[in-house]
Design a binder for this molecule. Structure first.
Ligand SMILES: Nc1ncnc2c1ncn2[C@@H]1O[C@H](COP(=O)(O)OP(=O)(O)OP(=O)(O)O)[C@@H](O)[C@H]1O
Length: 304
């Protein structure tokens, strides 16, 4: 197995060690070690059912791993999701989880709640402290909407946004908790090629703000363009980890996942992007309520 490296500063933000998750007789994740360094964008790829989302759930307290430890900035993470968020780890979901009947701004304000100290009584009495906190939160939320290009939609209901903007809003809401590490679960699923490119820029901009990023993605062009390091999960185990160049050339990855060597050739890119856009359009048409708050964790297609 390739030795993990921390590309940017050498400081570990996230350290997962020996993470195993069993569901009855099924071992979905087996002994996975993964480190994300400060300033890094790390990709997690692998076939459908490889255990990627289960691993994310183990990192964020949705699942308690059967074995293993997860630390953020040197401290063991809680097993309660809201405490994980409070510690500085935010995430988005494979199947968008917005408050469909709330406005864009309100969705981001909800994401601020782990950073506001004012309690229920303060809110009910509308104390000076509460009003100040409310103004600060709204200013911060608007900054994030500017950052993600959604400021002009602040008063729209989340459910009325196009699919790509719903994904951006999920990112804005995650950023509202002021994380040091952002986990993105298939951030480009359902996006057209232009939206995918814009998301790539957005992820770079997030990293430039000093937030480390760990992402699950099936779009190989996106992953290999963006990531400093990529880990490949197959049947719950980490098969390979390394730079994009190392991973895309690895025979085991080609055999187990890519099927054929990844081609960065722009001519082929046009074809695959058109195909991807058609597939995404079909997927969006099949989903009448993309702002659903349920997490069915349906699966995406193979690598694009
Ligand atoms: N709550 C659960 N109970 C039982 N089995 C589960 C549960 N969650 C996931 N699994 C199983 O664990 C395995 C890994 O699933 P997971 O969703 O983590 O894969 P994935 O790599 O994220 O797949 P995809 O790319 O399709 O999203 C699958 O066999 C799945 O059916």
């Amino acid at each position: 197995m390739t030795t993990p490296t921390i590309a940017k500063t050498g400081t570990a933000v996230l350290e997962a060690s020996g993470v195993t998750m069993r569901f009855g007789g099924l071992t979905a994740v087996r002994g996975v070690d993964l480190t994300v360094g400060a300033g890094e964008i790390v990709g997690l790829i692998g076939p459908n059912g490889a255990g990627k989302t289960t691993f994310f759930n183990c990192l964020t307290g949705l699942y308690v791993p059967t074995e293993g430890t997860v630390s953020y900035q040197g401290t063991r993470l809680s097993r309660k999701p809201h405490l994980v968020t409070q510690a500085g780890v935010a995430r988005t979901f494979q199947n968008i989880r917005l408050f469909a009947n709330m406005t864009v701004l309100e969705n981001v304000l909800v994401g601020r709640h782990t950073r506001t100290k004012e309690g229920l009584w303060s809110a009910l009495l509308r104390s000076p402290g509460f009003k100040k906190a409310e103004t600060t939160s709204e200013e911060r939320a608007m900054e994030l909407l500017e950052f993600t290009g959604l400021a002009h939609k602040r008063d729209h209901l989340a459910r009325n946004l196009p699919y790509g903007e719903q994904r951006k809003l999920e990112i804005a809401r995650a950023l509202a908790s002021e994380p040091g590490l952002l986990l993105l679960d298939e951030p480009t699923a359902g996006m057209n090629p232009q939206e995918t490119r814009a998301t790539e820029e957005l992820v770079f901009a997030i990293r430039d703000k000093g937030i480390a990023v760990l992402l699950i993605e099936h779009d190989m062009r996106f992953v290999f363009n963006l990531c400093d390091r990529v880990a490949v999960l197959v049947q719950g185990e980490k098969l390979v980890e390394g730079t994009s160049d190392v991973v895309q050339a690895d025979e085991r990855v080609i055999a187990a996942y890519l099927g054929e060597p990844f081609e960065g050739d722009p001519g082929e890119a046009e074809v695959s992007e058109v195909e991807a856009a058609e597939a995404h359009a079909a997927q969006a048409a099949a989903d009448p309520d993309p702002a659903s708050t349920e997490d069915s964790d349906g699966t995406e297609g193979g690598p694009q």
